[in-house]
Design a binder for this molecule. Structure first.
Ligand code: GDD
Ligand code: GTP
Length: 419
């Protein structure tokens, strides 16, 4: 049998996703109408003999309980949340909960970073892992030289084994990057035990923990992958399908577009059809069944409308995510933006962001997950985000701005963070 672990971090992570992650854990943010990690769960549910999914993170258990119930009933698979008392790193949590992972005797288990989006091909990884008799197999993809520096970089040997692994190198190593999706054999816990014991000895010698991290902190990348490189037991499977991280709100808009495209083949019923939708639909659009959309609205391409949202007459929305309970009043326009839960957008208002889509003509480019500010202290042009319960007055324009929750906007804003 197989199991899967999804690493979701905790409230101290996902800072680039604020203000959207202020009142909802980032792993539960809806992309194309479904929580980020629901795509992980769904991919796992399709793997033969995969019996249990363990979600490891440091969010309070109550944040996840409803999601877990929904996943269990939707996919008919056991899903459990294991809460870390403190962030233990990408392998520290695996090690801490090793008995839970090993119970029931799985042969292999997946480890999935919760903050990636992809056309997952997990079954392919299982076949490859078996064929190579690997200890650990990492899904890999290509990036540009420049972008590779933000990821784990790998150099392969003739046999597909990882000869070198460098996590976020400061100078160029390889364009083959780690996607944060792995399959491990149970012996990986032996490697972790070695690392853990080495760390404890170090600890005793030094009497204090120099890096400020918990002594049980283990990084899968720095402590395990780097160590396994060159041993012939770490393999990488390069894949060409779509893959991307979700770090910034801009990357959520990008992922929204890709998941909507995937729906065409994988979930046609999630897409609103142009022929019998509630309004004019252009390209791929998701509308939650409980949303109310006026017949003179024009939506798309790449728009997701959340539960109980209300979209009034003459509204135009393109390349955007509208979250639950938002009210968009008549004749407003929303482009390249995310409108937070329970926000209110007045009539004839305009909300516009600047897309940060990778250039589709360059091979292998990944989404740039730019920080909020550039080196000159200026806000990088980005999509516009309205936090939860923001109210925008009628006929006002908000351009390339980030608005924190509960703000009342009564004038125009451009390139601002509204605190
Ligand atoms: N449970 C738990 N505990 N999860 C954690 C912790 C922790 O202490 N720290 C990070 N995570 C989760 C995050 O929520 C995320 O899903 C994943 O582990 C990796 O997060 P980061 O540590 O922020 O790494 P990264 O995303 O910058 O880089 C990793 O992913 C890239 C691909 O997206 C690395 O694995 C890179 O090598 C890789 O290229
Ligand atoms: P391209 O697709 O790049 O050619 O854009 P466009 O010239 O169609 O205009 P834009 O992307 O700015 O707007 C998309 C749609 O929204 C168009 O159909 C416009 O007619 C419509 N639109 C533009 N501004 C407004 C507005 O202020 N209010 C409303 N309700 N619709 C608008």
């Amino acid at each position: 049998i197989l199991k899967s672990v999804i690493l979701i971090g905790g409230p101290s992570k996902g800072t680039r996703f604020r203000p959207l992650s202020l009142d909802m854990p980032k792993p539960l943010f809806p992309i194309a109408g479904l929580p980020v990690i629901q795509y992980h769960v769904e991919a796992c549910s399709k793997v033969e003999n995969l019996v249990e999914i363990l979600i490891i993170g440091s969010y309070p258990a109550s944040d996840l309980s409803q999601f877990i119930q929904e996943m269990t009933s939707t996919y008919n698979i056991t899903v459990r949340y294991l809460q870390e008392f403190t962030p233990l790193g990408t392998a520290g949590g695996l090690y801490h909960f090793r008995d839970q992972i090993r119970s029931g005797g799985p042969t292999y288990f997946f480890v999935m970073n919760g903050d990636v989006c992809a056309d997952f091909s997990l079954q392919e990884i299982v076949e490859y892992h078996k064929e190579k008799q690997a200890l650990l197999t990492a899904m890999a993809t290509e990036a540009t030289k420049q972008q590779s520096l933000n990821y784990g970089c790998m150099v392969l040997d003739m046999n597909g084994g990882v000869a070198h692994y460098v996590e976020k190198p400061s100078t160029f190593v390889s364009t083959l990057i780690n996607c944060g999706i792995y399959l491990a054999s149970l012996d990986i816990f032996q490697t972790m035990t070695d690392v853990f014991n080495a760390g404890q000895n170090q600890e005793n010698l030094m009497q204090f923990n120099g890096n400020g991290k918990d002594p049980a902190h283990i990084s899968l990348e720095q402590d395990i992958l780097t160590r396994l490189a060159g041993t012939g037991r770490l393999f990488a499977l390069p894949v060409l399908r779509w893959w991307s991280q979700v770090k910034t709100a801009g990357s959520a808009i990008h992922a929204n577009c890709h998941y909507l495209t995937l729906f065409k083949t994988q979930h046609p019923n999630h897409l609103t059809s142009a022929a019998d939708g509630p309004c004019q639909i252009i390209g791929d659009v998701y509308i939650h069944p409980s949303a109310t959309v006026h017949s003179t609205t024009v939506l798309g391409p790449n728009v997701s409308i959340g539960p109980n949202a209300v979209i009034a007459a003459g509204v135009r929305i393109k390349e955007s995510i509208i979250l639950a309970n938002a009210h968009i009043q008549a004749h407003s326009i929303i482009l390249h933006s995310i409108v937070g839960k329970s926000s209110y957008v007045g009539e004839w208002a305009r909300i516009e962001g600047t897309p940060c889509d990778p250039n589709p003509d360059k091979p292998f480019v990944k989404m740039e997950n730019l920080p909020l500010f550039n080196a000159n202290g200026k806000l990088n042009p980005s999509i516009t985000i309205l936090g939860t319960s923001v109210r925008l007055a009628a006929e006002k324009i908000v351009l390339n701005s980030i608005v924190l929750p509960h703000k009342e906007l009564t004038r125009n804003f451009k390139n601002e963070i509204i605190l």
